[in-house]
Design a protein around this ligand. Structure first.
Ligand SMILES: Nc1ncnc2c1ncn2[C@@H]1O[C@H](COP(=O)(O)OP(=O)(O)OP(=O)(O)O)[C@@H](O)[C@H]1O
Ligand SMILES: [Mg+2]
Length: 297
């Protein structure tokens, strides 16, 4: 995360296009906003567009605008997000949801800094900083043709990967306290976490990342009068996965044995860098048993 903050600070000072890659809820939009706020464009508009939420046949008009009469129902000229974001930053979320034909057009704008409104005949020049985001693996997205390779290379001049929360489990407690502080400030309260609750949230794997954590804290905050007990909220989670942290596995009481066994085997295998003989020895099972288990998993 410290490296990420350095990258954000460095890229914010430039006008380079940025590609943010991270699972849902890791903070892509927050980082896009941060880049904007730390840039010379901070005084201008930041516009966030979720490409997945706009019907494909409307996205061109949404981004580039249209002239009056350019299609049935185009009663007046309409400016697109690119023009609205002029001088500022345009954040295109879920870029892989955009059809490849649109991705070509986007690439052209990135290269030339100009585009045409639908039905227009003159080029419109804009000064917009583009930040794109995806929660997909880039190589897979390119292979499955959800992301054009040429656009990816153009955007990936500055790729920033945001790690999932389970890879920075040391951040969980700090984030939880931060969200609690925000809620306390808003409601003018002084609620605190029960120690056990902090331990619990620190050993959960957070598949929904920071957003999930934020929601859990909020729910616990609402349900408590003074001391936040996460227990009741966590009890709703079906996935209480064991987590690996600094060579130690953390298990919840009540973890199904099959899960405990699987996590132990996989963590040990990882510890021995995939060496199956050492892994089997350490776990006190035969190599054959280990192979069988791995095959099952
Ligand atoms: N480091 C952080 N500090 C404080 N709040 C954070 C942090 N990271 C994420 N959040 C908060 O978590 C929530 C989710 O973040 P955000 O919307 O930026 O995620 P996202 O990656 O864009 O998710 P999605 O892919 O689902 O759109 C937001 O409320 C955001 O403010
Ligand atoms: Mg988002």
């Amino acid at each position: 995360m410290e490296r990420l903050y350095q990258q954000v600070a460095r890229v914010a000072a430039t006008d380079a296009a940025v590609l943010l890659v991270g699972e849902s809820g890791t903070g892509k939009e927050l980082i896009a906003q941060t880049i904007h706020q730390c840039s010379a464009r901070a005084g201008n508009t930041f516009i966030a567009v979720n490409c997945g939420a706009i019907p494909p046949h409307l996205i061109e008009a949404a981004l580039f605008g249209h002239e009056k009469g350019s299609f049935t129902g185009a009663l007046r000229q309409h400016l697109g997000y690119f023009e609205h974001a002029s001088g500022g930053t345009l954040f295109l979320d879920e870029i892989t949801e955009m059809l490849p034909e649109m991705q070509v057009k986007l690439l052209r704008v990135l290269e030339s800094g100009a585009f045409m409104r639908i039905g227009g005949n003159g080029e419109v020049r804009v000064n917009v900083r583009l930040i794109a985001a995806t929660n997909r693996d880039l190589d897979t997205a390119v292979r499955e043709r959800n992301l054009r390779a040429d656009l990816m290379y153009r955007l990936a001049v500055f790729p920033i990967r945001i790690p999932p929360l389970r890879e920075r489990i040391g951040d969980v407690e700090a984030l939880a306290l931060h969200f609690l502080e925000q809620l306390n400030a808003k409601d003018d309260t002084q609620k605190v976490f029960a120690r056990r609750s902090l331990d619990m949230i620190g050993s959960y794997s957070w598949p929904g990342n920071v957003r999930e954590l934020k929601n859990v804290v909020q729910r616990a905050f609402i349900l408590s009068t003074h001391t936040l007990t996460i227990d009741e909220c966590m009890a709703n989670f079906s996935i209480r996965k064991p987590t690996l942290r600094e060579g130690k596995l953390n298990f919840f009481v009540g973890t199904p044995l099959a899960d405990a066994q699987r996590e132990t085997i996989l963590a040990t295998l990882r510890h021995y860098s995939g060496n199956k003989r050492l892994t089997a020895e350490a776990l006190g099972v035969s190599l054959k048993t280990l192979y069988n288990r791995l095959k099952d998993y």
